[in-house]
Design a protein around this ligand. Structure first.
Ligand code: ADP
Ligand code: ZN
Ligand code: ZN
Length: 803
């Protein structure tokens, strides 16, 4: 008798344990740990994951598994264990952990087929199967089940003759774009210019554009580039000069693209020194975490590439994590260029089907390297030789929904199991990481110089309070305006950077830069428009909104924030001759538009690239000689204890965008608080000094890396219920922890109400609390066990966004 332990797909407290099922005789040789199965559960049939096969069960009456869903396990033994680890460390349900490790295409709603593997002929199969695959290379899974063929199919699958595929149904809706094409050759268009009415300046501008750029262009872009309306284009279409068509878009982004092969470069002495310990760790199969600390352009990627090469030569595999936003074609090219078809790429720009294809390449062992965003950390490799996390300080490595994991922690866990190194790379490491390197927990490897000894760009900090005093109320300082003009005349390009506004606003004095902080928590107070109040959302402290600045008595104190649209409008007024490409969530919502806008800018079709943080990374164009940061303060005063760190990282990163090639670069940072150390030190790009200053602040206010954090968020439709539940929970936590721990709250969340549910939270700061996990689990058990209460409780251990 064989019994399978199964985790069922019901994410709830009561079902968060394994259930035993009998394996029917016909499936005994089929079912293995890591496979998905269909099991009876109450009156229903549901999906589950087999975690273990055993001979006995403590339960007497067991029900039988209905059928397997896979021919091969989708989770290997190591990933099953990682599932346990995630459950324990992030307090999620085990089913959440397993689901998070698989591509979306493996989750229901997809049609399942058994298919002949590439290059295999039907005649290579047993006689019984030949008939089925004679005319078609794939049969429906349901048919195979009905015919009782699964065990035989599985044997063929283990020989590599067959595989199971999931076809995404109905999801592949085609998308269309409006594209404008000139109907006449350039010379004729030029002639047509004279036939247009004298006053039709806009129409002329369009024609002149096409005289210079005869290729088709997306209508939307034409409108932005020329700052015209669709009506102008329409008139020209009616005159028979242009055509407007719908064009189907989006192919596989890497299809039809050839990658120039690159060879390993001879390493510099600095690089040699940095790579040796990594190679040693690979050679001796010893797990270490390395922090590769070096400015952009110092040659980190070359070290990644050569370490991976070593790993591949030893028959092992590599995972490279890159922040989603930096996963640009430029980045992918470097890996594909070195390792060609051995590389799989995983990022959110791919469709569910494309992602699944990349995942299968890994599962079928066709690739040795995966380059991807956060979830690529779960790539089903079996013999990992290295894990690399580039820009390791990026907050996007933390998942904000269940399971709330940080990819860095998962990487370390997997690398320990595989006896291989983790390499964390950054020019501005997370404070936590640098502190661990200082303590020797991580090994610090430094690349102090830029590759070509090219100087970092000159950074000038502009005090916007001075501008105001001089009567300039515009969002552009006089200096930035001058430089922008100069670039346009010299036909060089500029990047304007606007920090993303947080979910909440702060109040700032525009005369002196004063921002109201919480006296207890040293984070800025959040402005609540409805109640006209300032609140600390860590501890609940509140205060009324000042009419006058408490520092300088100015009346010019108000809440702060500007959108990219507004900047674009103002640019249109003060520099009407400038062609602007705007990149933010509004203009890059569509797949591929990010790349397209960048390409336009790269081809010199615009003078100014204006955007939010998405333009901070990866941008490496020779013609950019000016970077302007419009307001360094918006991020500095987010109600988040990491706001100084984030500001420093971001300013350093955007500054690095200028002057990366022959032309020297200039950087202008506009701010109302030039004396703040994260602004000042970003100006001199001095991470070490910043680190020391920031560590002092963190120590004084009991923040990481000196303390750990856990955030409990409670929501309910009734305000009274949330408040009283949060009070109860906070009191319970206080009673269970030592007096070394600090329990803050209840306080309203910075987003105090979402979808009609009020949200309160309680923040725990602690050093060592052996009882904490148990305490948090008790809280979850209690509230998750009682759905009638209507309370939702979520817990984030090591939260990154305290919203
Ligand atoms: P990072 O990843 O730190 O930003 P890169 O690895 O991209 O740095 O290196 C910056 C530039 O220097 C790249 O153009 C790269 O090709 C080049 N480079 C890196 N290592 C070497 C080397 N050893 N010799 C010559 N050029 C190098
Ligand atoms: Zn003031
Ligand atoms: Zn506070």
């Amino acid at each position: 008798m064989k019994i399978a332990s199964v985790i069922v797909d019901v994410p709830a407290k009561q079902t968060d344990r394994s259930y035993d099922y009998l394996i029917p005789a016909e499936w005994i040789d089929t079912i293995q740990p890591g496979m998905r199965v269909i099991v009876p559960f109450g009156p229903r049939k549901i999906q589950g994951f087999v975690t273990e096969i055993k001979a006995e069960s403590e339960f007497k009456k067991l029900r039988e598994i209905c059928e397997p869903m896979d021919l091969k396990p989708v989770l290997n033994q190591e990933l099953l264990e990682i599932g346990d680890w995630l459950t324990e460390n992030t307090l999620c349900f085990k089913i959440n952990a397993f689901q998070a490790m698989l591509p979306a295409a493996l989750k229901a709603k997809y049609e399942k087929k058994v298919k002949l593997s590439l290059g295999v002929k039907a005649t290579e199969l047993p006689i019984q199967l030949q008939e089925l695959f004679k005319d078609e290379d794939a049969i429906l899974w349901d048919d195979a089940l009905k015919l009782g063929l699964v065990p035989m199919l599985q044997r063929e699958a283990s020989k590599g003759h067959l595989e199971v595929i999931h076809i995404v149904k109905g999801k592949l809706k085609k998308k269309f774009l409006k594209v404008v094409t000139p109907l006449l050759p350039s010379a004729d268009l030029e002639e047509e210019l004279n036939n247009l009415p004298v006053r039709a300046e806009k129409q002329k501008e369009v024609l002149r554009y096409f005289v210079k750029n005869p290729e088709p262009i997306e209508l939307r872009h034409l409108l932005t580039v020329l700052n015209i309306s669709a009506a102008t284009v329409k008139v020209l279409v009616e005159k028979g000069l242009l055509s407007e068509q719908d064009m189907e878009t989006y192919r596989d982004p890497y299809e039809n693209r050839s990658f120039t092969r690159t060879e390993p470069l001879p390493l510099t002495a600095d690089q040699q020194r940095a790579i040796e310990p990594i190679l040693g760790s690979i050679e001796n199969k010893l797990h270490h975490v390395f922090l590769l600390y070096g400015v952009t352009g110092s040659g980190k990627t070359e070290i990644y590439l050569q370490s991976i090469q070593d790993v591949i030569e030893k028959g092992r595999e590599a995972i490279v994590l890159v922040p989603e936003i930096a996963l640009t074609p430029q980045m992918v090219n470097r890996f594909k260029g070195r390792f060609g078809n051995l590389v799989a790429v995983m990022h959110s720009g791919l469709s569910a089907g494309e992602k699944y294809d990349e995942w299968r390449k890994i599962q079928r062992k066709e690739v040795k390297v995966v380059v991807g965003a956060r979830s690529a950390i779960f790539a089903p490799f079996e013999n990992l030789g290295i894990i690399i996390i580039d820009e390791e300080h990026e907050t996007s490595y933390k998942q904000e929904e269940m399971p709330r994991y940080h990819a860095r922690e998962v990487a370390i866990e997997r690398a320990q199991k595989n006896n291989c190194p983790v390499v964390l790379g950054s020019a501005t490491p997370a404070l936590e990481s640098f502190a661990r390197a200082q303590k020797g927990v991580y090994k610090l490897l430094s690349l102090p110089n830029r590759m070509n000894q090219r100087a970092l760009p000159a950074v000038e900090i502009i005090d916007m309070r001075e501008e105001l005093r001089a009567g300039n109320r515009s969002m552009f300082s006089r200096k930035l305006f001058e430089l922008l003009k100069e670039r346009i005349e010299r036909k060089e390009q500029s990047v304007l950077f606007l920090n993303k506004r947080g979910h909440s606003s702060f109040v700032m004095c525009r005369d002196c830069g004063y921002v109201m902080n919480c006296p207890n928590c040293d984070i800025s107070l959040t402005y609540h428009r409805v109640r006209e109040q300032m609140k600390c959302h860590y501890c609940g402290y509140d205060s009324h909104v000042p009419n006058q600045c408490p520092e300088c008595s100015s009346d010019y104190i108000r809440y702060f924030g500007t959108g990219t649209q507004k900047v674009e409008d103002e640019l249109g007024k003060i520099l009407p001759e400038a062609k602007v490409v705007r990149m933010d969530v509004d203009t890059t919502g569509q797949k591929g538009s990010h790349e397209r806008l960048l390409k336009e800018f790269h081809e010199g079709k615009a003078d100014i690239l204006l955007g939010t943080q998405m333009i901070a990374k990866g941008l490496d164009f020779p013609n950019i000689t000016l970077v302007g940061v419009l307001s360094a303060d918006t991020m500095l005063h987010l109600p988040d204890f990491r706001s100084s760190e984030k500001t420093f990282q971001l300013l350093t990163q955007v500054s690095g965008r200028a002057g990366r090639h022959e032309l020297p670069g200039e950087v202008i940072i506009q701010t109302y608080t030039p004396e703040h150390y994260s602004v000042e030190l970003a100006g001199t790009q001095d991470f070490d000094l910043f680190y020391n200053r920031e560590m002092m602040m963190r120590k004084a206010h009991h923040y990481p890396p000196f303390y750990y954090l856990a955030l409990i968020t409670i929501s309910h439709e009734q305000l009274m219920n949330v408040v009283s539940a949060t009070e109860k929970i906070a009191a319970f936590v206080r009673s269970r922890l030592s007096n070394q721990a600090v329990v803050l709250g209840p306080a309203a969340s910075p987003i105090p109400r979402i979808k009609n549910r009020y949200r309160y939270h309680c923040l725990i700061k602690y050093k060592r609390e052996p009882e904490l996990t148990k305490t948090l689990k008790t809280i979850l058990d209690q509230y998750q066990a009682d759905p009638k209460s209507g309370l939702l409780v979520s817990i984030d251990v090591n939260p990154f966004i305290l919203m």
